[in-house]
Design a protein around this ligand. Structure first.
Ligand SMILES: *Cc1c(COP(=O)(O)O)cnc(C)c1O
Length: 470
């Protein structure tokens, strides 16, 4: 017996209604949650109940229990970390991905999903001006996309030394030197750790966190064996971009593999106004970006791009007796990512690109950057506020005098709830960081944010530190 539409109708209708309620609430609800994870856990039975429940009741309970613990991340007033919201076509198509339930590993078995993802991959290469012959894999996020590029690079540079990681592992292999900027994203370090490469050599950066090409060249001159250079397009604090052309030239001189972490910044390549920041980007070997940040598809979706398709396939591909693989076809979806079975993550990317079109992608990226500039100008004009970075992309770092006052303003802002911005530390100072990543953030949200920061400063100055709610 196959389950019938009848089994699904009521739970899906309830989920649909609850989703619309949630989306409607984003307009006015406070951005922060009002219940913690422990509060919500306390509402739940410690062990699963003995008897089955009606599926609709399960959906209703879930909606009720989670409500106070939801952060309004998809709201236009959310400026925390680098998160993004969901474009309507992306969200709707993500629902269908669940309903279709296609295990998107094989071209032969799930041809529709493979085709949609291949089309989306080609469009991405074109929009981001990356080599048209590169392979594209859809991962859970940029952490795994970084892992894909780094593993493909590791295996290739070792293979050039006559060492096969696939056959012999890493023990006894020549040491692969990995060089990153001093402000490398934590996820690159995680990927390196899990790829068996250990901690990177950190190369000096300038005041905006950009790798210094002279320092990279000097460090590479000391390296004897194989090397991987990890560059960054989009520093999470300043938004700045490593100088691609110069750094890649230094890496090439040494024969190093070049990987670019462009989780949100790679999208600058799509904009004629911003493209200069990443000039030379296409000369790298592999790139990682997110679709769940700048492109505004629902969590989760990252994108791994590797120019050396043979290296990618050697790292993640394979042949078995039970998987049906077509000869003479492009590589199978599973050969471009660490997962064998997975959902069709590329479908919401396809839908987002189709909704936006080329002009919509450019307008989205340009609007995120111009909104960040507007926030920096308007908040920076308030008395006692310093903008610490050159606002070249979507990130703004603010300080409100000394660390203590910045912390008090940050706590007051989060307690206020009209907007969310993240506290962080950069250039040896506590800061309040803004990221503009949501397609729906508009001038009203900018005005709301400026007013909220103004209120937070007043609250921080009126109250002694201890009486401001966390
Ligand atoms: C977000 C981010 C990552 C990690 O991406 P996930 O999608 O969280 O896995 C890596 N690098 C940079 C620069 C980022 O902003």
């Amino acid at each position: 017996m196959t389950a019938s539409e009848h089994d699904f109708r009521q739970p899906l209708d309830r989920a649909h209604a609850a989703a619309l309620d949630w989306l409607r609430s984003l307009e006015s609800r406070p951005v922060p949650f009002s219940a913690t994870a422990d509060d919500i856990l306390a509402e739940l039975p410690a062990t699963v109940q003995q008897e089955p429940l009606d599926p609709t009741a399960v959906v209703d309970e879930l909606v009720r229990v989670v409500e106070p613990g939801l952060m309004a991340i998809p709201s236009g007033r959310f400026f925390g970390w680098v998160m993004g919201g969901s474009l309507p076509a992306a969200l709707a198509s993500d629902w269908l991905v669940s309903a279709w339930d296609q295990n998107t590993g094989l071209r032969f078995a799930t041809p529709a999903m493979a085709a949609i993802e291949e089309a989306a991959g080609r469009w991405l290469l074109d929009l981001l001006a990356l080599p048209a012959t590169a392979d594209v894999g859809f991962t859970t996020g940029a952490t795994m996309a970084n892992f894909v590029g780094i593993v493909a690079g590791r295996d290739r540079v070792l293979q050039r030394q006559g060492w096969s990681v696939a056959a012999d592992g890493l023990a006894g292999a020549p040491r692969v030197a990995v060089l990153t900027g001093a402000e490398v994203h934590f996820s690159v370090e995680l990927a390196l750790r899990n790829a068996g490469l250990g901690a990177p050599m950190r190369i000096a950066v300038d005041a905006e966190g950009r790798m210094r090409p002279d320092a990279l060249a000097a460090a590479l001159a000391e390296v004897e064996g194989p090397a991987i250079v990890c560059l960054q397009a989009g520093n999470i604090h300043s938004g700045a971009f490593d100088p691609m052309t110069e750094c890649i030239a230094a890496a090439r001189e040494h024969g190093a593999w070049v990987h670019v972490d462009g989780a949100f910044g790679l999208w600058a390549a799509a904009s004629p106004a911003l493209r200069d920041h990443v000039a030379g980007l296409e000369l790298a070997d592999s790139w990682a970006t997110d679709a769940h940040k700048t492109l505004n598809v629902p969590y989760d979706c990252g994108i791994a791009v590797v120019a050396d398709t043979a290296a990618l396939r050697a790292a993640f591909g394979g042949r078995t007796s039970y998987l049906i693989q077509l000869d003479d076809a492009p590589s199978d979806p599973f050969e471009r990512v660490p997962e064998l079975s997975r959902r069709a993550r590329g479908v919401p990317v396809f839908a987002a690109l189709r909704q936006l079109g080329r002009s919509g992608v450019v307008a989205l990226v340009d609007r995120l950057a111009s909104t960040a500039r507007a926030l920096a100008e308007q908040i920076g004009a308030l008395p006692g506020v310093e903008v610490l970075n050159e606002v070249v992309f979507t990130q703004v770092c603010l300080a409100f005098g000394d660390d203590d006052r910045t912390q008090r303003v940050t706590r007051a802002l989060i307690a206020d709830g009209a907007v969310w911005m993240s506290g962080s530390r950069w250039q040896d100072r506590d800061i309040l960081r803004i990221s503009v990543s949501n397609w729906s953030t508009d001038v009203d949200d900018v005005a709301t944010a400026v007013a909220a920061v103004r209120r937070a400063m007043a609250a921080a100055d009126a109250a002694p530190a201890a009486s401001v709610a966390p």
